[in-house]
Design a protein around this ligand. Structure first.
Ligand code: PNW
Length: 499
């Protein structure tokens, strides 16, 4: 009788698929973060800098897109001025100091330094700007963490084909080499690409983001392949020419929803994770390299059924597999939320498409607490599970959480953001207590900014910015005070103290 009750209880509540729906997570183990763990915040150039054509900056594909198609941005806005960090970096610095941030993850706008993308045509004013940012951060003991590419490709390079052309491998690694030469004496943490999933799926697959190429199931895979080669080439170049002297680390930032199975079917989860994370993580961080075997096999099979002579996603081949395998000192993770997965009953998406290749249905639980954005639900368990997944499947690779955050309408009294940060930071601590090799956490974002297709209607900032005023003062939200306390105590404080 008791064993029956126990059995039922485990069936209902004991499995991993049971996710609490109240944005909380239990604390497990040590209550303090290890000494070497580093807290900071993240931003990206196009979303905060403004000054889109200031001092010789060239146009990027996001400048071009927002100017040509304002109707595709919910509020018709763009990043022409945004939070004006190009003019007002001092305000960001004050906010970073107030928080006590130990590092600042920001991105370099390629076109600010090389207006056409060509590294032989330098814009000194752009170089001066990033030197100023890096130096001021270091003077204040805030470590610069630099993203080389956060979606803003020079228009001039898009004309060559962008990530659809293998030329990008040299174009990007030449750019990276210049960054190492210019800033590598002071920058020790480099991220080549932010979210290849978004760059390639949205830019070259579904085509709803620039460069608006609609080639689902084809263009996205070409983009992934070229991007991985550009990343691997850059890593090898750094090792060969700079690593000994500069002693920095290079990684890549991948975005991933954690995926739960309601029926506790680990095969479903593993397969879905292989498509959503493995497509990029496996070539770089697995022991064998190349794309995940199951992904290669399945896409080849579908490609043959479509009557093609070769797969839409060919293997990287021996030469490139070798260059790309091991080309990361850490994996950057942008984690926002989770989904439930189950195999689709009908073929999904158009033919061909990544959606059709993956053929997995993603659901949410209607009870999960939802943010203003329709894709963000507060599921801290997903972050803990993801970190354990990386520990187990990717040889306990060093993980830096490069983004994590909550979206609302911009209220200063942002209790829900505090709840989100509290539970997710606890999830990270639980994972560390369970042997996961996580070394830093960057909250997204320092300030309210241009949220891509959502314009200024969705806010992720710890600091509010009045986009209409010229002063653009940064006003701390309640969550900024909470995060400051997290950093100061290296723990997960209760947040009632704020009342
Ligand atoms: C990230 N999704 O993008 C980006 O790195 C940031 O620039 C952005 O502001 C932030 O997350 C918040 O959106 C994502 O729909 C955008 O799954 C959308 C998704 C994931 C990540």
């Amino acid at each position: 009788m008791w064993s029956l009750i126990l059995f039922v209880a485990i069936g209902l509540f004991g499995s991993e698929s049971f996710v609490k729906a109240n944005c909380t997570i239990e604390a497990k183990g040590n209550l303090k973060f290890p000494k070497k763990f580093n807290f900071g915040v993240a931003t990206s150039a196009y979303q905060i800098e403004g000054g889109w054509n200031a001092d010789g900056k060239g146009p990027s594909i996001w400048d071009e897109f927002t100017h040509n198609y304002p109707e595709r941005i919910i509020d018709g806005s763009n990043g022409d001025s945004a939070a004006e960090s190009y003019r007002l970096f001092e305000l960001d610095l004050q906010a970073l100091k107030q928080l006590g941030a130990k590092h600042y993850r920001f991105s370099i706008a390629w076109t600010r330094i090389f207006p056409t993308g060509d590294v032989h045509l330098k814009n000194q004013k752009g170089i001066d700007y990033y030197n100023m940012v890096i130096n001021k951060l270091r003077e204040n003991k805030i470590e610069p963490m630099v993203t080389m590419y956060h979606w803003d490709l020079p228009v001039a390079l898009q004309k060559f084909g962008g990530f659809a052309n293998a030329l990008i491998i040299d174009q990007f690694s030449d750019y990276a080499e210049e960054l190492f030469k210019l800033f590598g004496d002071r920058v020790k943490t480099w991220i080549t690409f932010n979210e290849p999933n978004n760059i390639c799926k949205a830019g070259y697959g579904t085509g709803y983001a620039p460069p608006l190429i609609q080639a689902p199931g084809v263009g996205d895979y070409i983009c992934f392949t070229n991007l991985l080669k550009a990343h691997g080439t850059t890593y090898r170049l750094y090792q060969k020419k700079f690593a000994k002297k500069q002693k920095g680390k290079i990684g890549i930032t991948l975005d991933i929803f954690y995926l739960f199975s309601k029926t506790n079917n680990t095969d479903d989860v593993n397969r879905a994770m292989d498509y959503n994370l493995g497509l990029l993580a496996y070539p770089i961080f697995s022991k064998s390299g190349d794309f995940p075997p199951i992904v290669l096999k399945e896409i080849e099979k579908s490609s043959m059924e479509e009557g093609r002579a070769k797969s839409r996603l060919p293997s990287l081949g021996e030469y490139w597999t070798k260059i790309i395998k091991g080309s990361g000192d850490f994996i950057g993770i942008n984690y926002y939320t989770s989904r439930y997965v189950k195999p689709a009953t009908e073929p999904m998406g158009e033919n061909p498409s990544m959606e059709r290749d993956i053929n997995i249905q993603m659901d949410v639980d209607p009870n999960w607490p939802r943010a203003k954005a329709d894709w963000v639900y507060c599921i801290p368990q997903g972050l803990e599970s993801l970190l354990k997944y990386l520990r187990d499947e990717y040889n306990n690779v060093e993980v830096k959480i490069t983004e994590n955050g909550w979206v609302d309408s911009g209220e200063l009294n942002d209790d829900n953001r505090i709840r989100y940060f509290k539970s997710h930071i606890q999830a990270v601590l639980n994972a560390i207590n369970d042997g996961c090799n996580v070394t830093s956490y960057s909250a997204w974002s320092l300030v309210d900014n241009f949220e891509w297709l959502q314009g200024y209607t969705e806010k992720f900032g710890l600091y509010s910015v009045n986009m209409k005023s010229t002063k653009k003062g940064r006003i701390p939200k309640k969550s900024a005070l909470y995060y400051k306390k997290v950093i100061a105590t290296r723990s997960v404080p209760v947040f009632e103290y704020l009342y």
